[in-house]
Design a protein around this ligand. Structure first.
Ligand SMILES: [Zn+2]
Ligand SMILES: [Zn+2]
Length: 207
C-alpha cells in the first residue's frame, strides 16, 4: 500500500491517495479545492481511482468532489448522516466563506462497520461522530485516516451547530485510542501522528 499526501486550498486540507500495489486500483480520502495535483499523480502512475471517500461533509474536504468524480468516474462515498452536507452550502459551511460549494450525489452511503475493498486492501469504516454527525475514519492494519477527529496534539472543532464535544471525545477514546498503539493517524490537517503519541500527550483527551 502506497500513500500520497496532498495539502490543498486555503484551509490546507490533507488529501490522501492510496494505491493498492499489485493492482492499478486507488482510493482517495477527501478532495480539497483545485485537486489538479491529485489528478496528475493518478495519470502519472496509471491508476484507476475506484473510490473517493469523504471523511465528513465540510466544504474544505468536499470542494474537489465534482472535478475528481467528473475526471475519474470514481464512486463517491460518505456516511449517511453527512450526506445532506453535499448539497447544502450552509451545512457544509462554504456559504459563510462566500463560495457555495456543492458536490455530486454519493454513489453509496456508509455506516459503521462497512468495508471498502481495494485490491488486497480492505478498509473498515469507523463511525467517529462529534466534529460532524456522520464523520468517519477509515482503518486498515497500521493505518487510520481520521479526518478532523484528531490532530497531532489537538482535536477537531466542535463549535459548529451540528457538533458535539462529548461525542468527539467519546469517538477518540472508544474508536481511535482502542486501535493498536503503533497505528499511524493521517489527519485532515497537519502532520501525521500515532495512536501511542496522542494517548501519551494529547492535552484535549485526558483521563
Ligand atoms: Zn471539518
Ligand atoms: Zn477540515
Amino acid at each position: 500500500m502506497k500513500i500520497y499526501k496532498f495539502t490543498l486550498g486555503n484551509f490546507a486540507v490533507n488529501n490522501y491517495l492510496v494505491h493498492a500495489e499489485g493492482s492499478n486500483q486507488a482510493i482517495l480520502f477527501d478532495a480539497g479545492e483545485d485537486p489538479a495535483p491529485i489528478l496528475e499523480k493518478i495519470v502519472e502512475l496509471g491508476l484507476k481511482l475506484e473510490y473517493l471517500v469523504n471523511t465528513h461533509g465540510h466544504g474544505d474536504h468536499i470542494a474537489g468532489n465534482q472535478i475528481i468524480v467528473d475526471e475519474t468516474g470514481a464512486k463517491l462515498l460518505i456516511h449517511q448522516l453527512d450526506q445532506p452536507y453535499l448539497s447544502d452550502p450552509y451545512l457544509n459551511l462554504s456559504a459563510y466563506f462566500g463560495v457555495e460549494i456543492t458536490s455530486p450525489p454519493a454513489s453509496r452511503l456508509l455506516q459503521d462497520g462497512d468495508k471498502i475493498r481495494l485490491g488486497e486492501i480492505e478498509f473498515q469504516v469507523l463511525h467517529t461522530p462529534g466534529h460532524t454527525p456522520g464523520h468517519i475514519s477509515l482503518w486498515y492494519e497500521k493505518h487510520a485516516f481520521v479526518g478532523d477527529v484528531i490532530f497531532q496534539g489537538s482535536i477537531g472543532r466542535t463549535d459548529f451547530p451540528q457538533s458535539s464535544s462529548q461525542q468527539l471525545i467519546q469517538s477518540i477514546r472508544q474508536r481511535i485510542y482502542t486501535l493498536p498503539d503503533p497505528t499511524v493517524l493521517y489527519p485532515g490537517h497537519g502532520p501525521n501522528t500515532t495512536v501511542k503519541a496522542e494517548k501519551e500527550s494529547n492535552p484535549f483527551v485526558s483521563e
